[in-house]
Ligand binder design. Sequence first.
Ligand code: AVI
Length: 328
Amino acid sequence: MSAEPSLALVERDADGVDLAFRADVLAGLTQDPKAVPARWFYDEEGSRLFEEITRLPEYYPTRAETEILRGRCEEFRRLIPAGRAVVEFGSGSSVKTPLLLGCIEPASYVPLDISGDFLRASADELAGNFPHLPIHPVEADFMKPVSLPTPVADLPKLGFFPGSTIGNMVAPTAVDLLRSMRETLGADSQLLIGMDLIKDVAVMEAAYDDPQGVTSAFNLNLARRINRELGGTLPLDKLRHVARWNDTWARIEMHLESTENLAFEVSGRRFAMRRGETIHTENSHKFDRRSQYTLLLAGGWTPIERWLDSEERFSLILAQASAPRHAP
Ligand code: AVI
């Protein structure tokens, strides 16, 4: 395995405060309705809680996607030519990534993640399973085009973006990301992407509001992080986890709802919330075939094949980089 030099991607002030976190939280609490970007869920405790979510009986996406990966190996092998560099957007999952890599015949594996620690841990684990596969971890923000390491520069690429993380973005951000993936991966690349499907509302809402309270703890952990890292005084016992289906935008929304009128501070700035007012903390968009294909095409990717799990809850789509066309 060849580790790339790691860059310090997080900018901090003299007190160690993450400047981007502070800017996002202050801007988000100032706007109406209040919102904080979901990417800030994932501190150490948030990442641990998310892992716990993926094992909940109500949270079907991880199991459904894993079922597809296990069951479609032959088809992946037929449609994805051997000798590609597999570029995974986000730290590899210890279950999903080996299923894909063991099935196709990759020339190398390039995990991309903004967190160097997660990146190194998952790359090390994978190296144990695939001792002959060259692994080139890259510490980078994959929301922007990334220049890949020299040893994979001339190889055809397969992008891998499982988990339906694309669903956590609003459409313009999702299209920007797909376009930047296309730029990162090059003209003759392919993309294997997981996307969650629209289904019975009760099933979707239960997946984001489990009776064990793990998703509630995950949501409230964001308020705890704001208090700890930004000198916040958000009263955690007066904020309630809410997960609800928004049919207009085809998404589960997570909010922190105030159970009474509140006044609090963050980074020395004062904020107020009325009883029943919320801080919008996450969107998790769900798709049907048409909305998936429209999004992929808008991002520069032409779908080639689409697989569903046996209960038709989740999909994996293989797409190829669209050739530039002038008409139609
Ligand atoms: C990471 N992402 C795809 C998860 C989802 O399902 O939208 C995050 C999550 N939030 C609550 N539960 C899981």
